[in-house]
Design a binder for this molecule. Structure first.
Ligand code: CP
Length: 315
């Protein structure tokens, strides 16, 4: 594997999942694989899970880790081409990416959608600039349109707890006070389809995701109907793709409650975290034994370890 920015970068998905379960069972089995090599992590946005789990995964493999927050611990970066740099950015992403590529062996990048211009966000300008200029493998730590390390951990969690080979998995929109990117639901839909899960995506009208991610999934505007018989309920808020970046609904009746979970087939609750309690899901759901959110977050370590192992063994 050259880069890890989307599922298309993975040549053998079942082998990657098997490798992640090996890492989960025996996290200390490859202490020297990354010795003498360094993971750099560049954050344009905040992070708890991605930052710590990827750092931990790298150190389990013997790698050194350098992480930085852009504009706080580095110069502010200009990402547009051809501009007169007379603004606050002191360095262009072209030089920054090329220089970091000389300092580290693998580079992780987190850069969220700005939700102003759909074409610009879906062009993945920052991630693509790192891919083009760094000259080392790039690992997405969540980009404008995808969060593949999260999706791999989501799939590991479903594989760990599923009761039959093709579970019914419901990805449901839930209310949130702020406009959020579509990266997590896009990516989850992409991975769930690759896993051939029975995928249902429930949301109010106007929240349709980019069809390139959802083709083949059942789309429902009726959350109750979608939840009937669900074995996994993945709640997530996202802003509109069609009316790009807009909040079209804050309908609290889409919050996941014990009554909603009672419609499922003894279903498990998933969320990528961070989660706003009593907005997306009620306390009673998050604190119930059917909530897998902590195990899901724990699976971020074997997910990242499997990806880094694959990249290190490829080079
Ligand atoms: N789920 C996730 O990516 O969490 P962080 O934003 O805290 O990294």
């Amino acid at each position: 594997m050259q880069h890890f920015t989307k599922i298309a970068d993975v040549s053998n998905l079942s082998a990657l999942i098997e490798r992640a379960f090996e890492c989960k069972r025996s996290p200390h089995a490859w202490p020297s694989l990354g010795r003498g090599r360094t993971l750099g992590m560049v954050f344009f946005n905040p992070s708890l899970r991605t930052r710590v789990s990827t750092h931990r995964a790298a150190t389990l493999l013997g790698m050194d880790v350098i992480s930085m927050t852009v504009g706080d611990e580095t110069w502010q970066l200009e990402t547009r081409d051809g501009v007169e740099m007379d603004g606050p950015a002191a360095e262009h992403i072209r030089e920054a990416a090329a220089v970091l590529g000389r300092y580290v062996d693998v580079l992780g990048v987190r850069s969220f959608a700005h939700l102003r211009d759909r074409q610009e966000d879906y062009a993945e300008t920052i991630l693509e600039r790192f891919r083009a200029c760094a000259g080392v493998p790039i690992v997405s730590l969540e980009s404008a349109t995808r969060h593949p390390l999260q999706s791999l951990a989501d799939v590991l969690t479903i594989e760990q707890f599923k009761r039959r080979s093709r579970p019914r998995v419901v990805l449901t929109w839930a209310p949130h006070p702020k406009a959020l990117p579509q990266a997590v639901p896009n990516s989850f839909a992409e991975w769930a389809r690759a896993m051939d899960y029975e995928l249902v995506i429930a949301h109010p009208p106007g929240y349709e995701l980019d069809p390139q991610f959802t083709e083949g999934a059942t789309i429902s505007y009726d959350q109750d109907e979608a939840l009937d018989g669900a074995e996994f309920v993945y709640a997530k808020n996202w802003s509109s793709y069609r009316d790009y970046g807009k909040i079209l609904s804050q309908d609290r009746s889409w919050q996941i409650t014990p009554e909603k979970m009672a419609r499922t087939s003894d279903g498990y609750f998933l969320h990528c975290l961070p989660i706003r309690r009593n907005m997306i899901a009620s306390d009673a759901v998050l604190d119930s034994p059917r909530s897998l959110v902590i195990e899901q977050a724990a699976n971020r370590i074997p997910a990242a370890q499997a990806v880094l192992r694959t990249i290190l063994e490829t080079r």
